[in-house]
Design a protein around this ligand. Structure first.
Ligand code: GLN
Length: 482
């Protein structure tokens, strides 16, 4: 038994039976990382020594006792680096506190192990925007793993992690999960605390699990979910025992199929895999209903106004004054304002191109004279998109769709065309605009150039409907094995 290859539930069972102990898991993961991660680039750093010390003290009777979890590099773990894959923080910032999700993981006995690569400040869909190093898809090293939680998805897929946490602002958990063939769940906005998550777009961001099975996603979610006095947007609602919904039947459950998500632009083989998974749900007693989400065509534009506006405000804190990269240049011209010079140069040197593009775009849509035309209008359209989902959920229990229009594309294929990359977010971003929950569950592979590339089925649920999508997701997963 190679511990690195196990899921959370398998690892826990091996601990309980005495076949393995937490140090075995850390050692096995370290060996796997040494053997594979140079080629994949899933990790920005990892600290075996600290993890082994925590493993020695682990209480395996706790729900996640001794289970190592890889953490996307924008979630604060006390004493560990958090670079957000940006040169502005790389080597210059050590988290002084634990994010709430990390506190909850620790209380459940888990061991945060390894900092997962990502697109810089979570901006991107391919990991090509990582300011530190690229991350590749373990199923084909010439292809992208997806993004922005590409590292989190890649390390789970490559068995260099047991499970991981990522964040999803517009699809960043579900899309890399789909491309890497793992399970990825974006919780309802407010289900999981954002305290200690470096903010990209605060009204859209959510932390969630990337795992080897639907059951593992449920196990992680039931630990990290729940109210938090440190995040006022976090909902004070009871946390169900999500894992109990895994294995339940779906007879009579209504599954909505949004016609706008199966239209032009969807790769025919991705469509085929997704439709096959939906047919399987029908064979298990679900009823499918065609629905419409008529404002889908406005989702990409709306998202890229709201997300960039919020990002431009959130990223203002990286100014080279209190922490992070500080320019070594100083003004030559005595007329230059020293402080402004310092800000400009520190930020110009520290941020990558995509981050700069978003800050510029966000500042523009918020600027006086344009805010009404762009930002306020986008907020109104956001309400329409939310209403589309509320109407749909009056007819159905969950919504099924593709996650991404194509399988993982080749490295470099879209990096010179940011708009093409933005447009590929079409099936995932409305979820965040509406604040609802979604999951990607592997539903087969598509062969391209000799590689078998994973495809995910997306299941969207009502606000706080995580139990529904986990239940249906587990049926999809069982169908893949049957
Ligand atoms: N691909 C989207 C973007 O680039 C989503 C990112 C995310 O969810 N963090 O903004």
């Amino acid at each position: 038994m190679n511990p690195a290859e196990l899921s959370i539930s398998q690892l826990r069972a091996a601990y309980q039976s005495g076949d393995l102990n937490p140090a075995d898991a850390i050692n096995s993961l370290t060996e796997a990382i040494v053997a594979k991660d140079d080629a994949i680039g899933g990790y920005l750093s990892y600290d075996t020594e600290t993890a082994l010390a925590e493993a020695a003290a682990a209480d395996i009777s706790l729900p996640l006792g001794g289970v190592p979890i890889a953490i996307k590099d924008l979630i604060n773990v006390k004493g560990h680096p958090a670079s957000c894959a940006s040169k502005i923080l790389d080597g210059k910032y050590t988290a002084p506190y634990d994010a709430t999700v990390i506190r909850k993981l620790r209380e459940a006995g888990a061991i945060p192990f390894g900092r997962a690569n990502m697109d810089e400040f979570a901006m991107g869909s391919s990991n090509e925007n990582s300011g530190i190093k690229p991350c590749k898809n373990p199923h084909d090293l010439n292809r992208i793993p997806g993004g922005s939680s590409g590292g989190s998805a890649a390390v789970v897929a490559a068995n260099t992690a047991i499970a991981a946490l990522g964040s999803d602002t517009g699809g960043s958990i579900r899309q890399p999960a789909s491309h890497c063939g793992v399970v990825g769940l974006k919780p309802t906005y407010g289900r999981v605390s954002r305290y200690g998550l470096v903010a990209f777009a605060s009204s859209l961001d959510q932390i969630g699990p990337l795992t080897k099975s639907v059951e593992d996603a449920a196990l992680l979610l039931e630990v990290i979910a729940g109210s938090d006095a440190k995040d006022s947007t976090c909902l004070d609602e009871p946390v169900p025992k999500y894992s109990e919904f895994v294995g339940q039947d779906i007879k009579g459950l209504k599954v909505g199929l949004p016609k706008e998500y199966f239209a032009e632009g969807l790769h025919p083989l991705v469509k085929e895999r997704v439709e096959k998974a939906i047919q399987y749900l029908e064979s298990q007693g679900a009823e499918t209903v065609e629905i419409s989400l008529p404002n889908t065509e406005h989702a990409v534009a709306t998202y890229y106004i709201i997300a960039t506006a919020e990002a431009s405000a959130n990223l203002a804190r990286f100014d080279g004054v209190r922490y992070g990269h500080r320019t070594s240049e100083s003004p030559q011209d005595p007329e230059d304002n020293k402080l402004i010079y310092h800000y400009k140069h520190s930020r110009a040197e520290g941020f990558g191109d995509e981050v700069k593009r978003r800050i510029l775009l966000g500042t523009y849509v918020l600027s006086s004279g344009y805010a009404d035309e762009y930002y306020k209008r986008a907020q109104k359209v956001r309400t329409l998109i939310r209403d589309d989902f509320s109407n749909a959920f009056e007819q159905v229990d969950v919504i099924a769709s593709p996650v991404a229009p194509t399988p993982a594309f080749k490295v470099g294929e879209k990096s010179t065309d940011p708009l093409a990359m933005y447009l590929a977010d079409i099936y995932t971003i409305s979820t965040n605009l509406a604040g609802i929950c979604g999951i990607s569950v592997p539903c087969g592979t598509v062969s391209e150039d000799g590689s078998d590339l994973p495809v995910g089925l997306q299941l969207l649920g009502k606000p706080l409907g995580e139990a529904d999508i986990l239940k249906v997701g587990a049926v999809v997963e069982a169908g893949q094995k049957s």
